[in-house]
Design a protein around this ligand. Structure first.
Ligand code: 13P
Ligand code: SF4
Length: 350
């Protein structure tokens, strides 16, 4: 979009927002472009935004600037009189696509064939299809985000002594490490192999079964990037998202959700240097918001799906409010997934 267009688009968006008033709420994820975050009413991590979608009863129209699974969760948690729209329907998530209901049901049956039924709690990361959240709802499980994964695992172990965690192996492993689960009690489930590639004994012994999924944006950060930063900026602190590998998390000073990272920067003293291992749009926005601190990316890594939403697609959505790119889900899926999301909303955030 050239400057001329942007000059026209932004006032048109603001005009529609003004005319709809409280009937409209625009939710924006921290990874959205700065122009979109500036146009939104509320920004946050995936947990904050689902909480907001569940709590806002005044809005008739919820426009979700983020990726598809986030808008789906907002739809599940919203009221029947509310509509949820996403500016770009094909803004997906590579990691979410790494597990589907057929694969998970097959894994579930295979695990049951080894340990018997009812021996494992399913915990699904928010970054997943609604079908998988519904699966967790039906099977006594919960949804978690990167901000409450520890609370979700603690809750899971209060139910049973084994957890199947999907689709992000890294968030699962980093949380397991933080809880002191020994590495030989965490196994990675390869969905294309029989018994996930394990012996029945390994499955019996495992406390945490991690799906073989990962985020391509976050696994781009490498140990070498951390070493280079430590050499170049010896006084810097490094904060990363828990979708990074355990090696990267181990060498960083802190790890947490996108909101955790925002607060980390906010609380850092003036003139400090902070190097961030997460999606680059958030890093660049923080650098602009905190000119008194030196903020750099650990490595350039952009989520192309988050980047799909631009002012033009937001305007198109607002011009077709309540009609265009609506999120619709079958009632049965909504009902079951709501169980797992409601359980999540009772968990404490880190
Ligand atoms: P948060 O839950 O930290 O907002 O992260 C969502 C996400 O997609 C990270 O890649
Ligand atoms: Fe999905 Fe990774 Fe993009 Fe987050 S950053 S939305 S996990 S692809």
């Amino acid at each position: 979009m050239d400057n001329m267009n942007e000059k026209e688009i932004i006032p048109r968006i603001n005009k529609i927002k003004k005319s709809l008033g409280d009937k409209l709420i625009i939710l924006t994820h921290h990874y959205q472009r700065k122009e979109i975050v500036d146009l939104g009413d509320y920004k946050g991590d995936s947990f904050d935004l689902s909480q907001k979608a569940a709590a806002d009863k005044a809005a008739q129209y919820i426009v979700f600037c983020g990726v598809h699974f986030m808008a789906e969760s907002a739809e599940i948690l919203s009221q029947p009189y509310q509509t949820v729209q996403i500016p770009v329907m094909d803004a997906g998530c590579w990691m979410a696509d790494m597990a589907d209901i057929f694969m998970v049901e097959k894994a579930w049956e295979e695990i049951a064939s080894v340990i018997g039924p009812d021996g494992v709690v399913p915990i699904v990361y928010m970054n997943s299809d609604a079908n998988l959240k519904a699966f967790c709802g039906r099977n006594g499980g919960v949804v978690c985000t990167s901000s409450n994964a520890t609370a979700a695992l603690e809750w899971g172990y209060s139910q049973k002594n084994k957890i199947l965690f999907f689709p992000d192996q890294h968030l699962g492993r980093n949380t397991g490490n933080q809880m002191g689960i020994p590495s030989d009690e965490m196994i990675v489930w390869s969905p294309n192999e029989r018994l996930g590639g394990h012996s029945p004994e390994d499955i019996q012994k495992a406390r945490l079964i991690l799906w073989d999924g990962y985020c391509l944006v976050h696994t781009r950060f490498q140990v070498d990037h951390i070493r280079q930063v430590r050499r170049k900026y010896p006084d810097a602190t490094i904060v990363v998202h828990p979708e990074c590998t355990e090696e990267v998390v181990a060498l960083a000073d802190a790890a947490g959700s996108t909101s955790f990272i925002v607060k980390y920067v906010e609380n850092a003293p003036a003139n400090s240097t902070i190097v961030i291992g997460t999606e680059v749009n958030l890093v660049h926005r923080l650098a602009l918001e905190y000119p008194d601190k030196k903020i750099f990316e650990l490595h350039y890594s952009l989520c192309p799906n988050m980047f799909k939403t631009d002012p033009e697609s937001l305007l198109r959505t607002l011009e077709n409010i309540g009609q265009f790119n609506m999120i619709h889900l079958p009632e049965a899926i909504k009902e079951d997934s709501r169980l797992a999301l409601d359980r999540m909303l009772t968990l404490t955030k880190k």
